[in-house]
Design a protein around this ligand. Structure first.
Ligand code: GLU
Length: 263
């Protein structure tokens, strides 16, 4: 059974559904647990970068809006508010465990431009050297396309590549990738290990992706495709019990494990 072993640097991605209640307010208990687990993992000597969504969702809650704005400027404005609250929470919670966080807001163009990509990599590298925890989100107030497609899963894979992480752990609101829709088919089984991400898998994920999680399983498969192609093992697992990340790092089978291509 393929599992993680001997990882030194990981990227953990957490989505809005894990971080917030249906009210749009932050799920403080969940955030607290996640941060305590990640702090402990950093204490054990593993470098952790956190890719977090939730800026728009939290901003909607903070502004007291009844629902997510339908227009792009509305979502952009909500993101600017929510990003502050998110970072305030992370700064406070990581601080309780003696850790310092740094915020990186990234757009696609930052990664595609050679000079800016290099600057980004240097910033990550320095943060790790300083022992700080990089916290990443897309720069939603300027990255309009991102807001329309809303895909921090791919961003997390790109970050994992940028910083040559050993593993990418995507936390979501379901236990992993199933061979059918578990909400409709009681015989649906979790797929524990994926060696090859092919069209059949996309078909399985695409047919009912949006019911699986907020971002959908398709974007998680895309992320796993990007990361595994660079040799980075990827796990998609349930974010409701952040302690399960320990199990993954201890080499236990959890969620769906996508084997990074080693050559
Ligand atoms: N960047 C967006 C946010 O923080 C979310 C993107 C996503 O959910 O994938 O609200």
């Amino acid at each position: 059974m393929a599992t993680l072993s001997n990882v030194k640097r990981i990227v953990v991605k957490v989505g809005t559904s894990t971080l917030t209640y249906d009210t749009g307010k932050t799920n403080i208990r969940r955030m607290h647990k996640l941060v305590s687990v990640l702090s402990d993992i950093v204490n054990s000597g593993i470098e952790v970068a956190l890719v977090t969504s939730g800026a728009i969702g939290v901003g909607v809650g903070r502004l007291g809006l009844k629902e997510r704005p339908e227009d792009t400027p509305g979502r952009q404005a909500a993101a600017t508010v929510g990003q502050c609250e998110l970072m305030f929470m992370y700064d406070k919670l990581f601080g309780e465990y003696g850790h310092t966080v740094g915020q990186l807001l990234i757009t696609k163009s930052d990664v595609e431009n050679d000079e800016r990509r290099e600057n980004l990599i240097n910033a990550f590298q320095k943060l790790f050297e300083y022992g700080a925890v990089p916290i990443v989100n897309e720069n939603d107030s300027v990255a309009v396309d991102e807001i329309v497609y809303g895909d921090n899963d791919s961003l997390s894979a790109i970050v994992a590549k940028l910083i040559s992480a050993d593993a990418l752990i995507i936390l979501t609101d379901i236990d992993g990738l199933y061979d059918a829709n578990p909400n409709e088919d009681e015989n649906a089984k979790l797929i524990p290990v994926v060696k090859e991400i092919n069209d059949d898998l996309f078909e399985i994920a695409g047919g009912h992706g949006s019911r699986f999680s907020t971002g959908g399983m398709v974007t998680k498969l895309h992320a796993a495709q990007i990361a595994t192609a660079s040799g980075i093992d990827t796990i998609v697992m349930n974010g409701s019990a952040p302690e399960d990340i320990y199990k993954a790092l201890d080499g236990k089978q959890i969620g769906t494990f996508f084997i990074g291509k080693k050559d």
